[in-house]
Ligand binder design. Structure first.
Ligand code: SAH
Length: 213
């Protein structure tokens, strides 16, 4: 299956019907072929609105959730963004179309290596991927305009909150890893932080340290 006009139309229609209405986000998603980030037998299902397995026992998120999270970040062309949880690299590739620079980290070196190979193939040059425990953020690049966490923690990691600039936005799932979690948006203000609950979601857990795969 190819990401032709027909496939794109159906893909975007499904995402839009789940609440992704921002035209810039929809255009970005129409311009990144999700099949590039999915391997083997699951490739045929790349344009369905469902999460799919990737290497290291992880998952590429459901496209509509990628859209909802991206939309909630309210990305601006000059933004410097941190993504925690590179996974397949798909979400980072979407962010990279809407922001100036994307720093993405995953605890599995194998996932980072595979994602970097796809970024190179697709000639995406504004993503820096690193193998690291992303719950510590990336001090040397902080503060960030936007932070996206694509793995669930019980509370927003305070280190990441500290790396958000005033006016910046962080979107992340919070809650127990084996239960339904809540996607929240944290906005840093002059005085502190504002919190909005967006919807219920299910993500793999944010784990400490590096993966061994
Ligand atoms: N955004 C990805 C999906 C991420 S799945 C995509 O578009 O495909 C969640 C990812 O978070 C997994 O790859 C997992 O290895 C990673 N992860 C979990 N805990 C982490 C941590 N502490 N630091 C960095 N990455 C982490």
């Amino acid at each position: 299956m190819t990401f032709d006009a027909e496939a794109k139309m159906q893909f975007v229609y499904a995402i839009r019907s789940k609440g992704v209405t921002d035209a810039k986000v929809l255009t970005a998603m129409e311009n990144v072929d999700r099949a590039e980030f999915v391997k083997g037998i699951f490739r045929d299902r790349a344009y369905e609105d469902m999460p799919l397995p990737i290497s290291c026992g992880q998952t590429i998120s459901q496209p509509s959730i990628v859209g909802i999270m991206t939309q909630a970040l309210d990305l601006q062309p000059r933004d410097k963004v941190l993504e925690v949880g590179t996974g397949s690299g798909y979400q980072a590739a979407i962010l990279a179309r809407l922001a100036r620079r994307v720093y993405t980290v995953d605890r599995y070196k194998r996932l980072v290596d595979e994602a970097e190979a796809i970024f190179a193939k697709l000639k995406i040059t504004n993503i820096t991927a690193r193998t690291a425990d992303g719950s510590h953020g990336q001090t040397e690049q902080s503060p960030f305009d936007k932070i996206l966490v694509t793995a669930a923690s019980e509370d927003p990691p305070s280190t990441l909150m500290a790396q958000l600039r005033v006016g910046g936005i962080m979107v992340l799932p919070v809650g127990q890893s084996d239960a339904v979690q809540c996607l929240i948006r944290v906005t840093r203000t002059e005085k502190g932080f504002d919190y909005d609950e967006l919807r219920s979601v299910r993500f793999v857990p944010l784990l400490e340290g590096l993966g061994t795969d």
